[in-house]
Design a protein around this ligand. Structure first.
Ligand code: DX5
Ligand code: ZN
Length: 229
């Protein structure tokens, strides 16, 4: 395994859910200046939408110029998530609501060599994670209901993000705090001010004519937002 240095915060992870699925190689090349490619795996069961599975993610892994940040919106991640770590994803995030044994699964993902992430939906409390922060490399606070791109950012999730950031600071944890859903020029500063350091953006990146400029702008606004915190 090659140990590349990890990208520094603020990290911008474009979501290929907003890309043209028929031109994936070209769509991946367009985001070469971003930090990670965010790969939304949906099983039509945990969420009411279906995207792709391990075969497609493996081709993305082989083709992408930047490392993979896999977001598993599926039931039974205990069974399926390790396969995504094995195919080489840099980080694998599963949902707390779906996992039978989140800590055991995170340990397996780390053993395989991936960063272990745990995601919570807007209505899920963060407190159960406080005592196990060290077991994870990343916590994903969903800022929309998972399932679809292009939805509106939910500002009511910000107090939960702030509480997680405070708790991580109090414990001296270096866990990354990620937000996903409705992240754009107008919303990224408030997420950064609440403590996010890693930002998923689908439509805001792929909807732009100049992707490199969009990524640079999102990073700059996030950096300014985090200074306001
Ligand atoms: C939603 C997905 C997101 C989605 C974000 O369930 O987890 O990653 O692609 O898309 P935007 O940025 O368009 O809200
Ligand atoms: Zn996602």
């Amino acid at each position: 395994m090659t140990l590349e240095p990890l990208p520094a915060a603020p990290r911008i992870n474009p979501s290929i859910l907003a890309a043209d699925f028929a031109n994936m190689q070209a769509e991946l090349a367009r985001i070469a200046s971003a930090d990670f490619v965010h790969v939304d795996v949906m099983d039509n069961h945990f969420v009411p939408n279906l995207t792709f599975g391990p075969q497609m993610v493996e081709r993305i892994q082989q083709t992408s110029p930047i490392p993979l940040d896999v977001h598993l919106m599926m039931t039974d991640p205990d069974r399926w998530a390790p396969g995504y770590a094995e195919l080489g994803a840099a980080s694998v995030t599963f949902h707390l609501e779906a996992a039978a044994d989140p800590v055991a699964l995170a340990r397996r993902l780390r053993d395989i060599g991936a960063r272990a992430g745990i995601a919570i939906k807007p209505g899920t409390a963060a407190e159960p994670l406080f005592d196990v922060l060290d077991e994870f490399d990343q916590i994903l606070v969903m800022t929309v209901e998972p399932g679809f791109g292009g939805q509106g950012f939910m500002p009511e999730t910000m107090p939960k993000l702030r509480a997680l950031a405070d708790e991580a600071r109090r414990r001296g944890s270096d866990v990354w705090l990620q937000v996903d859903g409705g992240i754009a020029d107008q919303t990224i500063a408030q997420a950064a001010a609440a403590g996010a350091d890693t930002f998923v953006a689908g439509s805001a990146v792929y909807g732009s004519d100049d992707i490199e400029a969009a990524v640079t702008r999102l990073r700059a606004i996030a950096r300014a937002g985090s200074l306001e915190a």
